[in-house]
Design a protein around this ligand. Structure first.
Ligand code: 0GY
Length: 295
């Protein structure tokens, strides 16, 4: 049974914004179905099933072409639901897995074969029993050997502690949701400046300009208070940004976002056709489908 407080995804309205051809939703999940792919015993929440068929239907309604599916914590290090979605995507999905530190190179190569291109390190104690950063180094070494990158999820108060670790990683590092700034503090606050400085100082660090619904105090449909933060990152680092829906929006209890409205935020954070092309096509293609990316 899904947790009672969690909201169900809702059917999206069709966005007014038309993404460029080949657009990639670079942050989304699949959940279960639990009867086939059981949720992990150590999970901190039990979601409603959100199977691959629903994700692929959403992709089409929103006018996107491809997905990057991120292993969610409710499935722990059991990546079977993710792999199942990847192999049924017709090559239109890549994955980010979660693995244990002692995972074998053979297991990682099997994930790579299925379309996995990276691993996620999660530092949110409400989602995982968060390990110290150094505990991820063995996995980082194996990821580097495969040419993978890492996705990291943390909240802004953790940034200072994590900066030396992230700066020293040898692979590309993709930060989820701009490191979850407290937008109430404003863009002149040291917290946001520290995030921009991290990106400025480290050409190997990328950011997802995603999840206004988790950061906003002003709320839907425009998420106006988050827009300047995301626009800032896109303008400064146009070749190191990704965008995603975060469907099916795990752990949202305040409201369930309309994915069509989230897509309509894109032209406000990436105002030109050139920025939209980089954010939605060129950058994710370079990272996830380099063999097809335009040079
Ligand atoms: C997100 C956000 C959340 C959950 C997870 O793996 C997860 O369970 O990522 C969250 O609750 O903030 O990026 O999907």
């Amino acid at each position: 049974m899904a947790d009672a407080a969690l909201l169900a995804p809702r059917p999206p309205t069709r966005p007014r914004f038309t993404p460029p051809p080949g657009a990639v939703d670079a942050h989304c999940h699949v959940f279960g179905p639990g009867a086939v792919f059981p949720y992990a015993p150590e999970r901190k929440y039990t979601p409603m099933d959100a199977p691959k068929e629903s994700l692929f239907a959403l992709r089409d309604v929103l006018g996107f072409s491809r997905n990057v599916i991120v292993q969610a914590t409710c499935h722990g290090a059991d990546n079977r639901a993710l792999v199942d979605a990847l192999i049924h995507s017709g090559g239109r999905a890549r994955g980010i897995a979660s693995v244990r530190g002692d995972v074998s190179m053979d297991d990682l190569r099997a994930l790579d074969e299925a379309g996995v291109r990276g691993v996620r390190f999660n530092f949110l104690s409400r989602l995982v029993d968060a390990a110290p950063p150094e505990a991820h180094l063995p996995t980082e070494r194996k990821a580097a050997e495969l040419g993978w990158h890492v996705v990291v999820y943390f909240e802004a108060p953790e940034l200072e502690r994590l900066t030396p670790f992230l700066s020293a990683l040898p692979t590309i590092v993709v930060i989820d949701h701009m490191g979850r700034p407290d937008v109430a503090l404003g863009r002149d606050h040291p917290q946001w400046r520290a995030f921009l400085a991290l990106m400025e100082d480290n050409p190997h660090i990328w950011s997802k300009v995603s999840c206004p619904e988790r950061l906003s105090l002003s709320g839907p449909p425009g998420y106006d208070d988050v827009v300047p933060f995301a626009a800032d990152v896109v303008a400064r680092f146009p070749d190191r940004v990704l965008w995603g829906t975060d469907w099916p929006h795990p752990n949202m209890t305040t409201h369930m976002p309309d994915d069509g409205a989230l897509v309509d935020v894109i032209p406000r954070i990436a105002p030109s056709a050139e920025l939209q092309q980089k954010l939605l096509v060129d950058n994710p293609m370079r990272l996830y489908w380099p063999e097809e990316a335009r040079r």
